[in-house]
Design a protein around this ligand. Structure first.
Ligand code: XIL
Length: 326
């Protein structure tokens, strides 16, 4: 049988990946390392490259976890979609507490990108340079970066990323871009903004934390139609950037019933098919492999079953739906 990444490569695209946290779970490891059916050829570090982990104190760097991720990936010949350089969340307290001036904060950003992106310049195929800069209405989110530097923090971050990791493709990454609403418009504005500074941006990551049915956390939203998804993807590729589904999962109100898992199968197929329908969609990353370790239940109470392997590491209908979509 052909696996997910195999199928994707056969269709001329680049990768299927998963968010990697290294645990001592042999069942999980056997899915993550799957070579027989070749489901994967890329990983995204789930947490190990985030700021609070890599620079917990100013100019004190910790690359223990990220080095292990790199070792895991390179020893298996996987690409690394590196995640992330500049974000408002999972920041160490010293950043928010510091009340830094504009110039100091820019130098802090440069030092972080120089050390982190510079260290992995040969292994990061893509970087999520800026993560989640937007509110739902398309305006900029309040963050130490935006509040001090203004929107220029985006092109500045991309400029440093290009300088210290010249071979990596540079991405803007956000969630809820899939619905073609105001936030999608905001992300297109960001692509234009970065280019207007004469700075390189190569892609937009659509996190795709979706729901297969209306849930308490979804505000009534469900996985958009294939038509809407294609419209969104093309809206970005028309600007000359690639697109990736960077953190795909599709949660539902648990317990998962047979009927719900059937709907989930169809929606995974829809998402995969939308990528294949748009030339500039180069790959898909799942935000984990098994429902056992997904971040969803910890953040959205009463919701879960969002991935394509179940808690016992068995392939769900969604796995086969995704494969059909590719
Ligand atoms: C999540 C991780 O999966 C969790 O383990 C962690 O506790 C919080 O962050 N958008 C992102 C990811 O860009 O970094 C987040 O990952 C999920 C939402």
């Amino acid at each position: 049988p052909v696996g997910l990444a195999d199928a994707m490569m056969q269709r001329g695209r680049e990768f299927v990946g998963f968010a990697l946290t290294i645990r001592n779970d042999s069942a999980e490891l056997s899915v993550q390392s799957n070579t027989y059916e070749e489901d994967f050829n890329s990983v995204t570090p789930e947490n190990d490259m985030k700021w609070e982990v890599t620079e917990p104190q100013r100019n004190v760097f910790n690359f223990n976890g990220s080095d292990k991720i790199v070792q895991f990936a390179t020893s298996r010949g996987y690409e690394i979609h590196c995640h992330n350089l500049v974000w408002h969340s999972q920041l160490p307290p010293w950043i928010a507490a510091g009340n830094f001036s504009n110039a100091t904060l820019i130098s802090i950003m440069e030092n972080h990108i120089k050390n982190l992106a510079g260290r992995y310049a040969d292994v990061c195929t893509r970087w999520d340079v800026v993560n989640e800069a937007l509110n739902e209405d398309g305006t900029y989110r309040s963050s130490p970066w935006f509040n001090t530097i203004g929107e220029a923090f985006l092109p500045i971050a991309f400029k440093f990323a290009a300088q210290y990791s010249p071979k990596s493709k540079l991405y803007y990454n956000d969630y809820n871009l899939e619905y073609n609403g105001n936030k999608t418009v905001g992300a297109k504005r960001i692509v234009d903004l970065i280019k207007s500074y004469g700075v390189r941006i190569d892609g937009v990551g659509l996190q795709a934390h979706l729901t297969t049915e209306p849930t308490p956390s979804s505000g009534g939203g469900v996985t958009p139609s294939q038509d809407t998804l294609e419209t969104v993807l093309k809206g970005f590729t028309k600007k000359g950037v690639s697109v990736v589904y960077t953190e795909l999962d599709e949660r539902l109100v648990v317990p998962a019933t047979k009927a719900k898992l059937e709907i989930q199968k169809q929606t995974f197929k829809t998402v995969a098919a939308s990528c294949l329908a748009v030339k500039g969609c180069v790959g898909i990353t799942l935000w984990g492999v098994s429902d056992k370790y997904s971040w969803i239940p910890g953040v959205f109470a009463g919701e879960g079953a969002a991935l394509v392997w179940d808690e016992n590491f068995q392939k769900k209908p969604a796995y086969y739906g995704m494969l059909e979509g590719i």
